[in-house]
Write a protein of this length. Structure first.
Length: 300
């Protein structure tokens, strides 16, 4: 594996630019996380798990948004062991609709994964704190991402949110070149959600805070240690998000996540357990659609 190392290539697709581009009847699943939070690697493991253990099909829509990017992520773990994308690779917002079902089921669920660029959190920080920290080259991408974000948040589709929090970054007290931490960015996002937009109020089924790289949590009750980690290091963020969910009658949960065993910081043997847990939650939250409805939508 080391001798045959080859940098994974992630091929990006266009994202919706008009309300008419957003497919009707899908549950939009938002994946949030600051740069290098482990969000993209987690998404790769989730999609690979869907490919290996469930049935995923092409969506019944004209424009197959995110299809190539989705395949790029799936193929990282095509042999059970894969090379992780470089941490220096630029984050890009991507929208990926697809059909999902258990293999013994008859009907599919209509789901779209929406991976938001980590740079979006810098934009939250700018808005909340009236500052200017985004790189010039990133601003156009982030502006486009916010436009698509607005389209999805204001659509009639159901919504589920996953916030990825990096255990490793926080225990190492990582600070970026602006002197800001993961906590600073998450607090800014929470303030934005509270003050600027009723993000969870409009058709949100569930909100999850996911601790990534949780295999590094040592102790007997790791789930409880993960909750304590969030409370100690992100108490403000957690309080705002939980209160928002309680106010809007939205399910709120904390999860742990690990992509698997990582060697030399770049080679990973996938562990499907955590990804299956997330996929099973999606299957419980999202209702299947009959074949007749899918066929009618395809014809329309």
């Amino acid at each position: 594996m080391v001798d045959n190392y080859d940098e994974p290539v992630l091929i990006f697709n266009d994202i919706p630019q008009d309300a008419s581009d957003v497919p009707v009847g899908y549950t939009d699943v938002f994946f949030w996380g600051i740069p290098s939070s482990g969000k993209t690697c987690a998404l790769s493991a989730i999609l690979r798990t869907i490919k290996d253990k469930y049935t995923m099909a092409s969506p019944t829509i004209t424009t197959k948004f995110g299809a190539t990017y989705r395949d790029s992520l799936v193929n990282i773990f095509r042999n059970g062991t894969g090379y992780l994308p470089s941490a220096t690779q630029k984050d890009r917002t991507q929208y990926m609709p697809f059909l999902l079902k258990k293999r013994e089921e008859k009907n599919y669920r209509q789901i779209s994964f929406f991976e938001l660029s980590g740079e979006v959190f810098k934009y939250f920080y700018e808005i909340v704190n009236h500052s200017n920290i985004l790189e010039k080259d990133d601003r156009d991408f982030v502006t486009s991402a916010f436009h698509t974000l607005s389209l999805l948040l204001n659509s009639k589709n159901q919504k589920i949110h996953f916030f990825f929090v990096d255990y490793n970054q926080e225990t190492k007290r990582t600070v970026d070149k602006h002197g800001l931490t993961q906590e600073n960015y998450l607090d800014a996002a929470a303030t934005y959600f509270r003050d600027e937009n009723n993000i969870f109020k409009k058709k949100t089924d569930a909100v999850y805070v996911v601790v990534t790289k949780s295999d590094e949590i040592k102790g007997e009750n790791r789930a409880e240690l993960a909750r304590q980690f969030l409370s100690v290091n992100f108490g403000g963020f957690m309080d705002v998000i939980k209160n928002r969910c309680q106010k809007d009658s939205v399910d709120f949960n904390v999860k742990m996540f690990s992509i698997g065993d990582v060697f030399f910081k770049r080679i990973c043997k996938i562990n499907h357990t955590y990804a299956e847990n997330i996929v099973d939650d999606l299957l419980r939250k999202v209702k299947p659609v009959s074949e007749n409805i899918l066929a009618n939508r395809l014809r329309s």
